[in-house]
Ligand binder design. Sequence first.
Ligand SMILES: Nc1ncnc2c1ncn2[C@@H]1O[C@H](COP(=O)(O)OP(=O)(O)OP(=O)(O)O)[C@@H](O)[C@H]1O
Length: 294
Amino acid sequence: MRWERRPPPRGADPLSTSDAPRPPSGPVPAPHVQPPTTDSPLDPAAALSLRNLSKSFGDKLAVGSVNLDIPSGSFYGIVGPNGAGKTTMLSMATGLLRPDLGRVSVHGVDVWREPDAAKRQLGVLPDGLRLFDRLTGAQLIAYAGELRGLDRETVRARTHDLLAALGLADAADTLVVDYSAGMTKKVALASALVHAPRVIVLDEPFESVDPVSAAGIRDLLTDFVASGGTVVVSSHVMDLVQRMCSHVAVIARGVLLASGTVEAVRAGESLEDRFVELVGGRQATEGLSWLRSS
Ligand SMILES: Nc1ncnc2c1ncn2[C@@H]1O[C@H](COP(=O)(O)OP(=O)(O)OP(=O)(O)O)[C@@H](O)[C@H]1O
């Protein structure tokens, strides 16, 4: 499918790291080059601008004072260990979860003060999204398009294009409840794209998706970025992020440890090695000696 041409991406950002407190143990500090701070104004030129974004669940700090600018036209990876706060951060950034503190804007529009205007610019694939699964794939995408105010003809044409682009044409009239996990992910992605957003935010988009479909989704996202759109993707697969993304942010225990271009963050190492260094190394498995065969 084709995407509208948009202004070219901004130049690569220098490495930046958060001014937020570091987790209590382990991480190796990254070089520190003028990151946005809690007091910096939201950056209207950024696709997403996060300031002092914070959220606790009871006593548990899920996200602590994240400051981050995601450049327009970037393919931005968010990486972190399980429970790091990625989903919580992305949910707050896209208007799905109200922050305790902080602000976020999408192309200069405040997500929590002007939610309708902000959400028109956003396409979101949340983790574990519940869908109206008694609709067919085609009906679900069309429903998402009409909710976004598109006229019937545009919805019909885009639904057709998206089903074809994501390899779901043969399942267009199948109920979503009968889709596999990977097909469900793809139809949710199609529903997030139908209104042609400027910024696409995807939480674990490749989970449960077969390699051929994953390559198709990657191509679609790469085309979208090439046409001036911005993609933000959380993933645990470092190799994929290193190959696919122009920028990356590393988050652990709710704190941003490093952010910037992939080249700058990995600093000559593989992203995976750098990630392990930043988040505090591997976990010991000595305690599982009973699991080893004798
Ligand atoms: N609704 C909730 N209620 C209570 N605690 C929550 C809730 N959502 C998240 N948390 C906690 O907040 C922390 C961050 O969770 P989050 O889902 O944002 O992490 P994540 O980086 O997306 O993890 P994963 O990679 O495993 O998906 C975790 O400790 C989690 O247990």
